[in-house]
Design a protein around this ligand. Structure first.
Ligand SMILES: O=C(O)CCC(=O)C(=O)O
Ligand SMILES: [Fe+2]
Length: 323
């Protein structure tokens, strides 16, 4: 059950033991996660139990959506949603300050909340109904089923993260309750192979929340910054595996023992690339502060405590303002 360091440069962690009733098996996954998180902050996840058929359906519907005429995509423009749901045009975001706008178009889907939910009535950030495209009957059921499956996997992984830090399995329960959990469909058109230094599918960034569970197709293009060598590792697609990375909240909790690692996308393959990250961002009102056992005697926390929602909003303002 240990994290095997693959030739591909990132560890592979089998998380099937997290679903076992035997606490020893769950703890063994915690140990494997510990090694992987101390290593690059990025790892491949296998043994997750997500059906291959569901993943195929999500990719098929994603491609069908981005293939729609622009008029149909703009009919569900996220500008029409108070909850940041729907279509985002090519170049809509600039993840790397100073770089060109990202060469990607996207689609945001969150937990489906009815108009009369108290959080929606109060217009709480990122809470509300989704927008759904017309004339794609399979899109909504596939995305809703996949969102639910990702929530379940993220909850299991957060228990594993607690075990990895030698904490009670339910240590992160307050963060996990009523979370912001954002599914994002992404399409990267091919970009010129002679990529200039400031031109990316997605510019270098860290993720803003807790955990990111990423599906990528077989095209490749995701690059992960390696703090040890100062270079970029290519996160090659592995069929059936998720790429998981740690976001800013976990770096803050652990005083950077577990890093929120820089990553970026360059699609110089000559092919269309599709990916589907799921951002498990956590309870918006939860305050993330350094975990005392993550400090050596005399060590000071690097970060002030912050509310999940405040960090997320600040990062959205920063990366969407420049686009
Ligand atoms: O498309 C990818 O492989 C990564 C996307 C990403 O890093 C993000 O949306 O935060
Ligand atoms: Fe990211």
């Amino acid at each position: 059950m240990s994290a095997s360091s693959a030739a591909i440069g990132l560890p592979i962690v089998d998380v099937s033991g997290l679903s076992c009733s035997d606490p020893e098996k769950r703890r063994a996954v915690g140990t494997a996660l510990h090694e992987a998180c101390l290593d690059k902050g990025f790892f491949y996840c296998v043994g997750h139990g997500i059906p291959a058929g569901l993943v195929e359906a999500v990719f098929a519907e994603t491609k069908s959506f981005f293939d729609l005429p622009m008029e149909a995509k703009l009919a569900v423009d996220k500008a029409k949603s108070f909850a940041n749901r729907g279509y985002e045009t090519l170049g809509g975001q600039t993840l790397q300050a100073g770089a060109r706008p990202d060469r990607k178009e996207g689609y945001y889907i969150g937990l489906e909340l009815p108009e009369d939910d108290a959080r929606v009535v109060a217009r709480k950030f990122n809470h509300g109904p989704n927008q759904w495209p017309q004339d794609l009957p399979g899109f909504r059921p596939a995305m809703r089923a996949y969102h639910a499956a990702m929530l379940d996997l993220a909850e299991r992984l957060m228990r594993g993260m607690a075990l990895s830090l030698d904490l009670d399995e339910n240590h992160f329960a307050g963060f996990v309750r009523d979370p912001l959990a954002i599914l994002r469909l992404l399409h990267y058109p091919p970009q010129p192979a002679e990529t200039v230094a400031d031109d990316f599918g997605a510019g270098a960034h860290t993720d803003f929340g807790g955990l990111t569970l990423l599906l990528q197709d077989d095209v490749g293009g995701l690059q992960v910054f390696d703090n040890d060598s100062g270079g970029w590792i290519v996160a090659q697609p592995i069929p059936g595996a998720f790429v998981i990375n740690l976001g800013d909240m976990i770096a803050r909790w652990t005083n950077d023992r577990y890093r929120s690692t820089l990553h970026r996308v360059v699609n110089a393959s000559g092919r269309e690339r599709y990916s589907v990250p799921f951002f498990f961002t956590g309870n918006p009102d939860f305050e993330v502060a350094c975990i005392p056992t993550c400090l050596e005697p005399g060590e000071k926390p690097k970060y002030l405590p912050i509310k999940v929602e405040d960090h997320l909003q600040a990062m959205y303002r920063k990366t969407y303002a420049a686009a």
